[in-house]
Design a protein around this ligand. Sequence first.
Ligand code: SF4
Length: 450
Amino acid sequence: MLSLYLHIPFCAQKCAYCAFTSFPVPPLSKWGAEGGGFFDAYLTELKKEIEFYGNKFPGEEIKTIYIGGGTPNLIWAENIISIINEIKKYFNTESVAEYSFEFNPFPQEEIYSIIKKLNAAYAKESRVRFSFGIQSLDDEVLKSAGRFTPQRGAKSSFGQIVEFLRWLQQYKQENNVFNFDFIAFGKFNETRSGNLQLRDQGKLQFFENFVQSWFADSFSLYTLELSEWSKWHTLKKSDPSLQDRHCEWNEAIWIENDDLIPEEFQILKEILLESWYHRYEVSNFAHPSKNSIHNMTYRTMENYLWLGLASSSFLDKEHSKILNVLHWQREGWKGFGLRLTNTKNLNDYLASKRLDESKTIEMNSKDYLIEKFFLNFRTNQWIKDINEFKEILVPNYEKKIENYINQWFIFGVAPLWKGKRRDLPATHFKLTDSGMDVFNTIITDLMQEI
Ligand code: SF4
């Protein structure tokens, strides 16, 4: 069984904090009725890649299909459906558990039209998930980040988000799961009494009301992490006077404060937990049974193919063997799986030079265990046998885990024996909510290397 992710690396404009591989292009509507030829070349290559893997794994059952980006709504419903039809030619899609689509909220009418078409096309499927990148309700953040511009079909900010959400309710059908992405930017003000509070209390109240309405099935909540490739990072680096300043605006540049970002995350997280969204992964919250099925396939090391520019796939031992035309596949190979990464170079991808062989990793048992522990531990799933990971953990890991249990960062249970708890140390572990908050610290402390 495989899960498929298809990457659409285009956006109407580059967000100032973005480090993903995506290129700014005008939306399809600006290219005229036929959509111009720009996307066609990319979609043709994407379909060739589907065909390549389809021929390797003919009739393989597909668990989930995820169209992500970038901004997939730029290519419109017709192209999204044609990509999925291509998948259906080669693979068994009879029992796909989830179709997911990542959209930005604008231009509003175009988004509704795409949702309507996709909902009609997949009305009989068990789940159609739409994930909307809202990111922030703060006008200054959104404008500075370049998320509210005419290029994106957005003229104002907060008011337009409210408008988008209000009308969105009409388009939700029974098999839909609606997810909303937010980022904690850490934007606080000092009050007269000297305390810090989130800059805009009215927007915070709106967020709370929205969460409490239960219209959303799930939320992704991230903390702002500026990669060195992002515009904000480059701007900050280019001006030495900005280096030591935090939490302020300077010519529309957001100067992030590393301490305040987790503080905002805590505020937003509490609102979600109080409204019964459970935290099923460090950055993800959902109502029961509304977890992203696709995202959990990564966390549990199931087979998935990421197709498109700069994509990275994982195939287990059995599936890796099937790709034996690849030259690194040797006779008698004892690997545990393959991590395959596609090129980041658009011209290379368009010339069918898809794979970046320098980044292809044949995973040995240690590589496999490192990834498995790192990914499993981010979720609310149990690590069922910690001894399985012994060789990648620090020598005194048992003592450390015991300390974390005492501090309520890790939840541990002992095995049951004849219905009674045996007097043995815990072997089943998972992070508590506070543990998830400091996931990076705990994982670095427990693992020999990451
Ligand atoms: S919409 Fe997403 S992928 Fe596109 S530029 Fe913004 S953050 Fe990057």
